[in-house]
Ligand binder design. Structure first.
Ligand code: SGN
Ligand code: CA
Length: 517
C-alpha cells in the first residue's frame, strides 16, 4: 500500500480576532444568552451513551445532545486538569497562559473570558473544582474545592473561609449551583461554571449508587493487553491497571492483609459518617471477603481489577448524569432553557482499560479527546445533531464571548464555535490540531510530548528526560494506535507533510519548542 497522498491542504485558520457578527440570529440584543458550563473531571466519552453505548446509559447527557449538538471530534491541548482549566479560561495553549502542568499556579491577573463577560454586564460564578492554585478572579461568586477535593463530606473554600458540607460531592455541587441560580441578580445575564470532582480517582460512588453495576461484566477494549512494541513512552508509563492500580487505595479492599503502596489508602472511608460507612461496608465488605478467599493471581487478577475499576467508575458517572438531570430540570422549570446554552465537557478524556490503562496525559485518542455536548435554546437549533469539525478546548472562551456578543480578543488562540452551531460550514476550518504535554515524571511517568493530529494521521514527539522518539499513526487503519509507522518508507510523504504541519502549528501558536531544535 502506498500512502503518498497529500494529507491536507494547508489552509489558514479563520482569524480568532473576528468580532462577533451582529447579524447572528442566535443573539437577541436585549436578551443576551446565559451560559451554564458543566465540566466533569476525567469523564471518558466511552462512558456517555450518546457517544458509546457499551458500558452505561446516561439519559440526561443524551437528552442534552438530543436538544442540541454533540461534537464528535473534540480535543484538548494538554490532557491534564489544571492546564485544561487554564486553557478554558484563557482560550490559549498552555505555553501562552503559563499553566503547563498541575504544579504550576495560574496567573489570575491575566485576561480570561469570565472577566470579559463581567465587564459586559454578566454575573459570573464558579462552583466546584478549581485546581489552579490561589483563588478565582473574574467571578462574582465562587465556592471551590481545595485541590482535588473529597467525594465525601467535602470542604469548600469560599471568600469567607473554609466551609464543611455533609453529603456526597456531586449532589452538593449541584445543590450549590441551583442555590446560586435561585439567588443571582435576575436583572443580569449570567455565566455559571459547574466544575464537578467526579469521576476523578479514587472513584468513590454515592451511597445511593454503591450497589449498581455489581452484576455487570464489562467487555475488554481490544488493546487491553498491549505489549507497547515500538512505543517507548507507552512502555515506560506507570498507569497500568495491572501494575499501578492499588488494591486498597483504588479498589477499596479494606483489610489489614491487603498490601498498599499508599500510607493512608482509605482516604474517603475515613471521611465518612457512621451511616455512610454502614452503606459502604454493606457493599464492599462482601466483595473484600470474596477477594481474599479467591486469592487471584496473573491474568485473572488483572481481569478482576478491570471489572472493579469499571464498576466503581460507573457508579460515579451515574450520579453525575442524575445531577445533570436535576440541574436541567431546574433550568426548565424556571423557564431559563429558552435563553441558556448548557455546555457539557470533561477536563480531558480517560482510559477505560485501552492499552491496559487508567488515567490520561498521552496524546493517544482516549485522552486527547474529550466529550463536548451543547444543549441549545430552540431558536439556535438547525436540525444538525452532530458536529464533526475538529474543535479544541482553546475554542470555548472565544465561543462564550461570541455568544455574549463580545469581540474575541486578538490574542486568544481558539476560534468561536458559533458558526458551527448556527449550521454554517466554514470553508476555512482547521485541518489539524496541536498538542503539548509537560508533566514528567509526576506519579504516572508519562514523558513530555507534543504533536499534531489531522483527520487521519497523528505525529508525536516524546522528548527530554531520557527519551527522543517519534510516533506516527494511521488512524484509518489503526484506530487503537498500536502500530508506530514512523520511519516506514510507505509513509514517507505522510511523515514529511506531518512534520511540516507540526512546524506550521508551532509557529502559528508561537510555541518556543520547535521540533527540530
Ligand atoms: C492525582 C491522582 C493521579 C492523577 C492526578 C492528576 N492521584 O494526583 O492519578 O493523574 O491527580 O489528575 S490520586 O492518588 O491523588 O488520586 S487531574 O485530573 O487532576 O489532572
Ligand atoms: Ca482531570
Amino acid at each position: 500500500m502506498k500512502n503518498s497522498l497529500a494529507i491536507f491542504t494547508l489552509l489558514p485558520l479563520a482569524p480568532s480576532s473576528a468580532a462577533a457578527s451582529d447579524s447572528s440570529p442566535v443573539r437577541q440584543p436585549n436578551k443576551p444568552l446565559n451560559i451554564v458550563y458543566i465540566m466533569t473531571d476525567d469523564h471518558s466519552y466511552q462512558t456517555i451513551s450518546c457517544y458509546d453505548n457499551r458500558y452505561i446509559r446516561t439519559p440526561n447527557l443524551d437528552r442534552m445532545a438530543a436538544d442540541g449538538v454533540k461534537f464528535t471530534n473534540s480535543f484538548v491541548c494538554n490532557s491534564i486538569s489544571g492546564p485544561s482549566r487554564a486553557v478554558l479560561l484563557t482560550g490559549k495553549h498552555s505555553h501562552k497562559n503559563g499553566m503547563i502542568d498541575n504544579s504550576t499556579t495560574f496567573d489570575g491577573s491575566q485576561q480570561t473570558f469570565p472577566k470579559l463577560l463581567q465587564k459586559a454586564g454578566y454575573e459570573t460564578a464558579i462552583i466546584g473544582k478549581w485546581h489552579l492554585g490561589g483563588t478565582p478572579t473574574g467571578f462574582d461568586f465562587w465556592e471551590i474545592l481545595p485541590g482535588q477535593g473529597s467525594y465525601y463530606n467535602p470542604d469548600f473554600i469560599t471568600p469567607e473561609g473554609k466551609e464543611h458540607n455533609e453529603g456526597y460531592v456531586t449532589n452538593i455541587i449541584t445543590d450549590k449551583s441551583i442555590d446560586w441560580l435561585e439567588n443571582r441578580d435576575k436583572n443580569k445575564p449570567f455565566c455559571l461554571l459547574v466544575h464537578h470532582k467526579a469521576v476523578h480517582r479514587v472513584w468513590a460512588g454515592d451511597t445511593a449508587h454503591l450497589a449498581m453495576f455489581e452484576d455487570r461484566t464489562f467487555p475488554y477494549p481490544e488493546n487491553f493487553r498491549d505489549d507497547y512494541a515500538g512505543r517507548q513512552a507507552a512502555a515506560e508509563q506507570k498507569m497500568s491497571i495491572d501494575k499501578d492500580m492499588d488494591l486498597a487505595y483504588d479498589l477499596k479492599m479494606k483489610d489489614r492483609t491487603v498490601k498498599s503502596r499508599f500510607r493512608s489508602p482509605y482516604v474517603e472511608y475515613y471521611r465518612m459518617n457512621a451511616e455512610q460507612k454502614k452503606a459502604w461496608d454493606a457493599v464492599y465488605q462482601p466483595i473484600t471477603d470474596k477477594f481474599l478467599e479467591d486469592s487471584l493471581s496473573g491474568q485473572e487478577l488483572v481481569d478482576w481489577k478491570y471489572q472493579r475499576y469499571m464498576r466503581d467508575y460507573l457508579k460515579c458517572v451515574q450520579s453525575l448524569d442524575e445531577n445533570i438531570g436535576r440541574l436541567l430540570d431546574y433550568l426548565e422549570r424556571e423557564g431559563l432553557l429558552e435563553n441558556t446554552v448548557v455546555v457539557y465537557a470533561s477536563d480531558q478524556g480517560f482510559y477505560m482499560g485501552e492499552h491496559g490503562w487508567f488515567d490520561k496525559r498521552f496524546m493517544y485518542e482516549e485522552s486527547l479527546r474529550t466529550p463536548l455536548i451543547m444543549r441549545l435554546p430552540d431558536r439556535m437549533r438547525h436540525g444538525k445533531k452532530e458536529i464533526g469539525q475538529m474543535v479544541q478546548n482553546i475554542d470555548y472562551a472565544p465561543t462564550f464571548l461570541d455568544m455574549a456578543g463580545i469581540a474575541v480578543p486578538e490574542d486568544m488562540q481558539g476560534v468561536s464555535l458559533l458558526p458551527l452551531l448556527e449550521g454554517k460550514k466554514p470553508k476555512e476550518w482547521r485541518k489539524s490540531i496541536y498538542y503539548h504535554y509537560y508533566e514528567f515524571p509526576d506519579e504516572h511517568n508519562v514523558h513530555r510530548h507534543y504533536g499534531v493530529r489531522t483527520d487521519r494521521y497523528k505525529l508525536i514527539h516524546f522528548y527530554r528526560d531520557g527519551i527522543d522518539t517519534w510516533e506516527l499513526f494511521d488512524l484509518k487503519h489503526d484506530a487503537e494506535e498500536m502500530h508506530n509507522l514512523y520511519g516506514n518508507p510507505e509513509y514517507e510523504t505522510v511523515q514529511r507533510e506531518l512534520h511540516e504541519e507540526l512546524n506550521r502549528l508551532q509557529k502559528q501558536y508561537d510555541d518556543p519548542i520547535l521540533q527540530n531544535s
